[in-house]
Design a protein around this ligand. Structure first.
Ligand code: GLN
Length: 538
């Protein structure tokens, strides 16, 4: 049987949760026994989101093969088992870059290089490549970033129109739209949806299904109206109402309306009845938790909803694994030291997490947090920059090296406890040049890390330029630091833990990229476990 393709476009406004919806559909199809590949197209010109400020773009999600990708791939990972790689995310920048490089080589043999057909051909090629790389798949789900009507998404939509023309029996298009409720008028409005479907039709794409994002359930009258004016049969118009308890309700609600069955019918995919029991269990835990822990996250981008997306989600997974609820308190790392009552404010949390980051702003607030947790024996989890903070704090206050620093912040420091990776010394371009992707890590027996993972050899994903400086290893070990995880080939410290402490662990990698609601990452699960113990003391 040929591979089927589902294209998901978005209308009216951005931030509708297209990624979450795509991930939910992938999960439902998988539960129906199908193998799914996923691809996200992003219409911006950056080659990848790695060079963007988190305020602009939110988190950068990293795959095993070292691609710096859109955070929607994190949703794909958490909901589905689709293989994510460099082939799973393509930006306009990447596509133009490929075409222009080919032009410079002379590959176009004297032809004028144009958006159509050269850019659109490259887009179609990426769809096929992603499908092939994902193995023996039944369905490839392609999400098109941005909103229909944007100038920059046009080449993607034109490529999809051609793809539909070439493979009419194997494709399905789903348009995710927004149906607002106007308080002043006391009415739900369908016009923005009508207009966005009109734009799609002008481009030559007629959606097969419409999925309406809305705050409250829509009446039959409204759904009938959308069906008639958008020329989409009524049984193929669905709603996606804001969820109350958790984003993990989204797939369940879609399934309750029968969307997965309809997709299989339209694409003539033979499938089984999905087993959603694990997801129902998760929701049951979220609705009836045994207790609650409070975690403080100390970072630079705390007001941004999505800057630490995977960290937030992984903490939730850790809590679910214990049947607990987790409250996240956000601390702006550069404001902490300005707060006169900070000691009081810090007392309210059962543990602290310092996530990854770059640059000097907020560094001292993070050092303060590590010191506070170490001295008061409060669980502390440092991720990437968070581990670098942890070792610098230890060197400053336990080894009495007041200048201990990372050379990222003070290149001239007397005590470079964290310094540039040797392979980074000659790097000039900032894009795509960090130590990226999965590397093996060996854990020492008897360590807290080993206890959490229950295995000696693990693989985790990285995104950094600096590393712990092994010259300080012996002195730190003598004072009670355990370097419990190492990348032996490069002799790099990957995990450090404070021995005389209930749970103070720093990791140079990003465990948050490998946690699922159905399978919490071992370190997040263990960290929440330590916070539960701490909460009993409060
Ligand atoms: N800025 C640090 C480095 O490059 C940490 C990076 C991170 O936290 N992702 O090593």
């Amino acid at each position: 049987m040929s591979v089927k393709y589902i294209f998901i476009t978005g209308g009216v406004v951005s931030s509708l949760g297209k990624g979450l919806t795509s991930a939910s559909l992938a999960m439902l199809l998988e539960q129906k026994g199908l193998k799914v590949a996923m691809l996200k197209f992003d219409p911006y010109l950056n080659v990848d989101p790695g060079t963007m400020n988190p305020f602009q773009h939110g988190e950068v999600y990293v795959t095993d093969d070292g691609a710096e990708t859109d955070l929607d791939l994190g949703h794909y990972y958490r909901y589905s088992h689709s293989a994510l790689s460099k082939a799973s995310n393509a930006t306009s920048g990447q596509i133009y870059d490929t075409v222009i490089k080919q032009e410079r080589k002379g590959d176009y043999l004297g032809k004028t290089v144009q958006v159509i057909p050269h850019i659109t051909d490259e887009i179609k090629k990426r769809i096929i490549e992603c499908t092939k790389q994902s193995g023996d798949v039944d369905v490839t789900l392609v999400e098109i970033g941005g909103t229909v009507g944007d100038i920059e998404s046009l080449p993607f939509l034109e490529a999809i129109r051609q793809f539909l023309y070439d493979n009419p029996k194997d494709c399905l298009t789903i348009h995710l739209t927004y149906v607002p409720y106007l308080k002043a008028a006391g009415e739900v409005k369908t016009k923005p949806t009508q207009h966005s479907v009109q734009i799609l039709r002008e481009i030559g794409i007629i959606p097969n299904m419409i999925l309406c994002r809305c705050e409250q359930s829509l009446s039959d009258e409204i759904l009938d109206k959308i069906s008639l004016f958008c020329s989409v049969a009524r049984p193929l118009v669905f709603e996606e109402v804001d969820v109350e308890d958790s984003i993990y309700e989204v797939p369940i609600k879609l399934h309750e309306q029968g969307i997965d069955t309809k997709i299989c019918e339209l694409l003539q995919l033979s499938s089984t009845k999905p087993d959603l029991s694990a997801w129902h269990e998760i929701l049951k835990t979220i609705r009836n938790p045994k207790g609650k822990v409070v975690v403080g996250i100390v970072g630079k981008y705390m007001q941004h909803q999505d800057a630490y997306k995977s960290v937030f989600e992984s903490l939730e997974h850790g809590a679910i694994a214990h049947g607990y609820e987790i409250e996240i308190r956000r601390f702006e790392s550069d404001k902490i030291l300005e707060n006169d009552e900070i000691d009081e404010a810090m007392k309210g949390c059962d543990g602290y997490l310092v996530p990854g980051g770059f640059g000097e702003r907020g560094w001292m607030g993070k050092i303060f947090t590590a010191k506070y947790c170490r001295e008061n024996k409060i669980p502390f989890f440092g991720i990437c920059l968070g581990m670098q903070v942890m070792v610098c704090e230890f060197a400053r206050h336990v080894l009495n090296l007041p200048d201990a620093n990372t050379t990222e912040i003070d290149p001239q420091t007397k005590d470079p406890v964290v310094s540039l990776l040797s392979e980074q010394a000659h790097v000039k371009n900032l894009g795509g040049t960090m130590r990226l992707g999965a590397y093996p890590c060996h854990l020492s027996h008897g360590s807290k890390a080993f206890k959490a993972y229950q295995q000696q050899d693990i693989s985790e994903r990285h995104r950094h330029r600096y590393e712990f400086n092994n010259q300080y290893k012996k002195a730190m070990e003598d004072k009670g630091m355990l370097f419990s995880g190492t990348y032996n080939e490069g002799d790099l410290v990957e995990i450090s833990e404070v021995k005389d402490h209930p749970w103070m662990i720093g990791v140079q990698f990003h465990p948050e990229f490998k946690s699922k609601p159905t399978q919490a990452h071992p370190l997040f699960k263990d960290f929440v476990g330590a916070m539960i113990e701490q909460s009993k003391k409060r």
